[in-house]
Design a protein around this ligand. Structure first.
Ligand SMILES: Cc1ncc(COP(=O)(O)O)c(C=O)c1O
Length: 378
């Protein structure tokens, strides 16, 4: 695109040309969908019947509450904060956009993220024209604290996103390291993204008396409610007000607000049981994947398992699984993954027990490319 382009193209943000669309293949229930880190445990029929009643009661002709006050109050109560500190988003993806928009006051505003991590942090910042500094993780996907500190020292850094547990690696970075980073860089807003915290072996690192540059981000997407698109953050009251200024009114639909509130108020124990089953499935998934020849499986505190394979095996296995109508996320030559070229990485989410039965059956028929069709199984 050049300055002389006619029509709308001359107005497009330059950053968009280098960015790709976040997209996932359409897949119905005939697929085993292990590519999006959902919690696909089925909701019990009696819960679905109760939720159907909630939907029936929705006044379709009316707007929802502008900021989802009732749901914010429920979340605030659970977290021990005031509702004015809670902001709802249409998924936490929207919260990322609100934070980047609100905090990009400086022309050289910079966002620091580890790599690899959830792609939408850097993507959103780049869309809005911010500088992004990506700090590669160390061996075993550990945080590189000295490199992070070097990046965070820059006065232009407004935000640092840390997913705990991290996606796609499943790593649970030490809370003491994060607390020290937050304490030592008061000019940076640290967003601790606990999208997968329900699956972690230790409790949330959120405390109501947190420092004012600490933001907790969460979502209902990873605990069985991805269809609703309900995400949230807890931020200092002044920052929450700034986010609300950016946020469009009515950003979360009445259906989503009402269903989320009902689940949290009446069916939280069911949700907890679904998460507990998913943790069991995640551990089974790790055992299944570990049997693949030459696989390195990384310990996961999330609902997904990441594994490293020789590059040809990674792409062939991904195609093999697709032929068996199983979707996983494949990283080939992706920046931040060690051994680019030599290794590829596959990330699969835990799935249901039936999903894992199908995965096991497909892997039983898998022969790595180097050994050919007559080679040993997994
Ligand atoms: C770490 C992390 N944070 C946030 C999100 C976004 O979740 P949602 O927009 O569905 O709330 C994801 C989605 O995969 C994620 O992996």
């Amino acid at each position: 695109m050049t300055e002389t382009d006619a029509g709308f193209r001359r107005h497009l943000r330059r950053s968009l040309a280098e960015l790709s669309i976040y997209d996932a293949p359409p897949a119905d229930a005939s697929w085993v969908r292990l590519h999006a880190n959902e919690c696909p445990e089925p909701w019990p029929t009696e819960v679905l019947a109760d939720l159907a009643e909630v939907v029936r009661g929705i006044e379709l002709s009316r707007y929802p509450d502008t900021s989802g006050r009732a749901l914010r109050a429920i979340l605030a109560d659970r977290l021990g904060v005031r509702p004015c500190e809670v902001v709802l988003g249409n998924g936490s993806d929207e919260i990322i956009g609100l934070l980047v928009t609100a905090l990009s006051g400086r022309a050289d505003a910079t966002v620091v993220v580890p790599r690899p991590t959830f792609v939408m942090y850097a993507h959103t910042a780049r869309v809005l024209g911010l500088r992004v500094v990506e700090v590669d993780l160390r061996e075993g996907f550990a945080l590189d604290e000295p490199a992070l500190r070097a990046a965070l020292a820059d006065e232009a850094v407004c935000l640092c996103f840390l997913a705990r547990p991290n996606n796609p690696t499943g790593t649970l970075w030490p809370r003491a390291t994060i607390e020290a980073l937050v304490r030592d860089h008061p000019h940076v807003v640290f967003v601790v993204d606990e999208a997968y915290a329900a699956y972690a072996p230790e409790p949330s690192m959120f405390r109501p008396d947190r420092p004012e540059n600490f933001v907790l981000m969460g979502t209902l997407s990873k605990v069985g409610l991805a269809a609703l698109r309900v995400g949230y953050c807890v931020a200092h009251e002044d920052l929450a007000r700034a986010l609300d200024t950016v946020r469009h009114p009515y950003n979360v639909s009445q259906t989503s607000l009402a269903l989320a509130a009902r689940v949290l108020e009446r069916h939280a124990h069911v949700l907890d049981a679904m998460v507990a089953r998913t943790k069991v499935q995640r551990d089974r998934l790790a055992r299944i994947v570990a049997r693949l020849p030459n696989a390195v499986v990384y310990p996961s505190a999330g609902n997904m398992v990441l594994c490293r394979l020789p590059a040809p095996a990674a792409s062939a296995l991904s195609a093999h699984l697709r032929r068996h109508r199983i979707l996983v996320k494949t990283f080939l030559d992706a920046p931040g993954f060690p051994g680019a070229g030599a290794y590829g990485y596959l990330r699969a989410s835990a799935g249901t027990a039936a999903d894992l039965d199908r995965l096991e059956a497909a892997l039983d028929r898998w022969r790595p490319p180097s050994t050919g069709p007559a080679g040993p199984g997994r």
